[in-house]
Ligand binder design. Structure first.
Ligand code: ADP
Length: 194
């Protein structure tokens, strides 16, 4: 299966992607984690990338596309869940091109629905649970910027994938188990109708 998990920050994409990937033997490709690993060093470029992430901004499309291309190609046969990518229409277009060249189309885009109030509560909760290990971009003022980036750049991807008949919304306000069950139902339907 080749899937995208799409949704606002704090909607639980990462948690669900890890669970579903493990259960179905899929690669979990999370651009946020890949970026935090790739920019851990102290080169000027890493420092610049970290500053953008810490402020809640998005990194340049070309950088992200370069980062994700090899892992996506490598997971072509096992299947994958993309978590945090694509986040902009140009990224989605680049992904389409890559997958067309690999002859490996997407099967579904799971869209996490969660209202803004719940998003804030979740991210703040995640920050206080993590204590001093909290992510720098989970601070209150940064959440506002991440939400704005989401609305402006990522939300339009819902229409993009809806138009392709791939969008499958899930109610992300439920418990971890409830949301997983909803996703599993969608995947079962996909397999049955494939
Ligand atoms: P969340 O989904 O909780 O917002 P992530 O861990 O997915 O967080 O991403 C953290 C940060 O990494 C983003 O705020 C952004 O700065 C950067 N990033 C991750 N994926 C992308 C992407 N596809 N395009 C641009 N920037 C990205």
């Amino acid at each position: 299966m080749r899937l995208i998990f799409l949704g606002p920050p704090g909607a639980g994409k990462g948690t669900q992607a890890a669970r579903i990937a493990e259960k179905h033997g899929l690669a979990h490709l999370a651009t946020g984690d890949m970026l935090r690993a790739a920019t851990a060093g102290d080169s000027p470029l890493s420092e610049k990338a970290r500053a953008i992430m810490a402020s809640g901004g998005l990194l340049p499309d070309e950088m992200i596309i370069e980062l994700i291309s090899a892992p996506v190609s490598g997971a072509k046969t096992t299947g994958f869940i993309l978590d945090g990518f694509p986040r902009t229409v140009p990224q989605a277009e680049a992904l389409d091109k890559l997958l067309a060249a690999l002859n490996a189309p997407l099967e579904a885009v799971i869209a996490f629905d969660l209202d803004e109030k719940a998003i804030r509560q979740r991210i703040i909760g995640r920050g206080s649970e993590a204590g001093q290990h909290a992510r720098e971009d989970d601070r209150q003022e940064v959440i506002t910027r991440r939400m704005a980036e989401y609305r402006r750049h990522t939300q339009p991807l819902r229409d993009y994938y809806q138009a392709k008949g791939l969008l499958r919304p899930v109610d992300a306000a439920g418990t971890v188990e409830q949301v997983s069950a909803e996703i599993e139902e969608i995947l079962a339907e996909k397999v049955l109708t494939a």
